[in-house]
Design a protein around this ligand. Structure first.
Ligand SMILES: [Zn+2]
Length: 467
């Protein structure tokens, strides 16, 4: 991606076993890390090495996004005079109303703004759980991949890595046909298979893009579709990650118990061959047995703290899950607030509130035991597994997706490497993210993205038209 080999000297270079201060590394012509060293490598001329004076850390992975919902930011809250009992389900009605408005151009503008904000926040790859397939009247576009192509175009404008997760959505609930307001989401299983095939061909020309599978949930997909076509498709695409919404709401668990005789996590664990390719988005109300099953199978828990908080979903017991070996990552989901530090901070603080104690995560790996570092590293690890992109660590062979955290940001002043990620997670904002490199290319420089003004102007005009 970068076109030529680049050599860097990081003041502090994040490594799986700690830090190198300084750390030298080289990025090859394809945008992958070629070598890492503690001292100036033999044959290098210091004059040809770019200095990165800050904390250089792997880019964060955003494992779950619905980019069009960026347009709903602050516009989906109930009023004080609301006459119904407000819940996730009444919010969903407002979201559906908005989702049926954007044209392909509008959709690309909303997604570009969301992805731009992600890149500036330090997310270097995103899993877009994409279900807006059809035109507002429910008809297929002349190119059935029209809206998917817009997701790819938006990711390219922002320069972010993309795992496109085309969603299969065939019904309103267990045993219930699709509702009219879901007309943009609905695909037949055959149309879905063609779309996935088409997207694989499309992704072949994009270095930062891979394609996964996303049966929406046990609500929106029939079990025969999961055990039949989806399982067959998954077998023919061994590199594709598979994401599904699981147990975000208690009602969803109750409906599953009533309709299938099992809780959703249990049904998936008992009837499908689950493994590290699978991510359960939310998993909020999975019980202890289901969480044990997820850990044993290597399934990632896709936690979305801001959205789960905004919708009052509930609290996933992260401490117990990690102590049992569970892997997790974070998603910005509804995208109405995009900030890595805030997402991790909320995750930790909610655990502390729920337990009325100072939550500490069981440490994993040898990078350091401070909670900020553990939260950051575990989220990167789970996100990397969830998206199946070649990222997640600044070591040879991985894609050069990294951030330079600013040591002069108020949240990081006075911190050394041991506590820098505590500074970011517990007191930082995206202002601490100074530079962002994705695929070896500098996408954000000094907090700015070269396309940010153009993307925002288009977003502003789109919002003015849609709301
Ligand atoms: Zn979602």
């Amino acid at each position: 991606m970068s076109g030529s080999r680049q050599r860097y000297r990081a003041a502090h270079l994040h490594q799986p076993d700690g830090w190198r201060s300084p750390g030298y590394f080289e990025v090859d012509e394809r945008g992958y890390i070629a070598s890492v060293a503690s001292g100036l490598p033999a044959g290098w001329d210091e004059a040809g090495v770019e200095r990165l004076d800050g904390f250089v850390v792997p880019g964060m992975v955003n494992l779950h996004s619905h980019a069009h919902q960026r347009g709903l930011s602050g516009r989906s809250e109930p009023g004080a005079d609301s006459t119904v009992e407000e819940s996730f389900w009444t919010w969903r009605t407002r979201m559906y109303d908005f989702a049926n408005r954007p044209s392909p151009d509008d959709f690309e503008a909303l997604a570009a703004q969301a992805f731009l904000e992600m890149a500036k926040a330090g997310y270097t790859a995103v899993g877009e759980f994409h279900y807006l397939h059809n035109a507002p009247d429910g008809q297929s576009y002349s190119d059935p991949a029209e809206m998917s192509r817009r997701v790819v175009a938006a990711a390219e404008l922002a320069g972010i890595g993309l795992t496109l997760l085309p969603v299969l959505y065939t019904r309103a609930g267990i045993g219930r046909p699709p509702a009219p307001e879901q007309r943009r989401f609905i695909l037949s299983i055959d149309a879905y298979v063609s779309l996935v095939e088409r997207l694989h061909a499309l992704a072949a020309g994009h270095e930062l893009v891979n394609i996964g599978l996303a049966p929406h949930s046990l609500r929106a997909v029939a079990v025969e579709e999961l055990t039949g076509t989806i399982s067959s498709l998954a077998a023919t695409l061994p590199d594709a990650p598979i994401h599904i919404h699981v147990a975000e709401q208690v009602r969803e668990v109750d409906e599953c118990l009533a309709g299938l005789g099992e809780r959703p996590g249990a049904w998936l664990l008992n009837h499908l061959d689950l493994n590290e390719r699978w991510t359960f988005i939310h998993a909020t109300h999975c019980d202890a047995d289901e969480r044990r099953g997820m850990s044993a199978a290597g399934v990632v828990a896709g936690l979305c703290p801001t959205t789960e908080g905004g919708l009052g979903d509930g609290i996933f017991p992260l401490g117990d899950y990690v102590a049992a070996g569970g892997v997790w990552g974070i998603g910005s989901d509804s995208d109405y607030r995009i900030c890595v530090a805030e997402e991790l901070r909320l995750l930790a603080f909610v655990q502390r509130l729920a337990n009325a104690s100072l939550f500490v995560l069981s440490s994993r790996g040898s990078g350091g035991t401070q909670l900020g570092r553990q939260l950051y590293d575990q989220a990167v690890e789970g996100g990397t597994r969830a998206l199946r992109q070649p990222v997640g660590a600044l070591v040879p062979g991985r894609r050069a997706d990294f951030l330079v955290l600013d040591p002069d940001d108020p949240a990081l002043v006075g911190h050394g490497p041991e506590t820098a990620l505590d500074g970011l997670v517990f007191s930082g904002t995206s202002s601490a993210v100074r530079d962002v490199f994705i695929g070896g290319r500098r996408v954000v420089s000094e907090g700015h993205h070269p396309a940010e003004d153009a993307i925002f102007e288009r977003f502003r005009a789109t919002i003015a038209r849609l709301v």
